[in-house]
Design a protein around this ligand. Structure first.
Ligand code: T46
Length: 135
């Protein structure tokens, strides 16, 4: 899907366990300026339902599982994130929703810029109006 794809990271396994390194511009397609993580989401609650005008992000489910629906004016996909060696890249002007967080889910997010509420689009009609000019 345009501006949205799964990334597979290296998993270095040995008798001590696993190690997954992630380097900016090497393993993810941008420089990482911010990380945050989402945890302890109450059962049945959804997060997201927005798009970004400028931000690039990679979502990595470190523990548990979560579903992510992504859409643009032309395409729609659903991903299940349940593997800490897989990231979901979501680029600008992609609408996304996260739901069905399992108990204990920890969702790590790598982001290309600092938090800036003014580059969010949180209304779907406004998203479609702006995105239709780009797709
Ligand atoms: C996304 C998904 C996966 C901050 O103050 N700094 C931050 O870096 C972030 C990400 C959020 N916030 C504040 C803004 C809100 O008052 O934390 C509160 C919750 O944020 P939001 O409702 O946007 O949370 P989600 O889980 O719906 O979305 C977040 C990210 O905002 C979003 O970019 O892709 O996680």
């Amino acid at each position: 899907m345009y501006n949205c794809s799964l990334l597979k990271f290296i998993n270095l396994k040995n008798k001590y366990g696993n190690l997954t390194p992630i380097e900016e511009t090497v393993d993810v397609p941008f420089n990482i300026k911010r990380i945050y993580y989402i945890s302890k989401v109450p059962q049945g609650l959804n997060r997201g339902s927005h798009a970004h005008r400028k931000l690039h992000q990679v979502l990595i489910c470190l523990n548990g599982s979560v579903k992510v629906k992504v859409k643009n004016p032309k395409e729609e996909s659903e991903f299940i994130l349940d593997d800490a060696t897989v990231g979901l890249y979501i680029g600008p002007y992609t609408w996304s929703e996260m739901y069905e967080f399992s108990e204990g889910t920890v969702l790590l997010v790598l982001a290309s810029d600092f938090y800036n509420e003014s580059e969010y689009i949180r209304n779907f009609d406004i998203y479609m109006e702006e995105a239709n000019k780009r797709y």
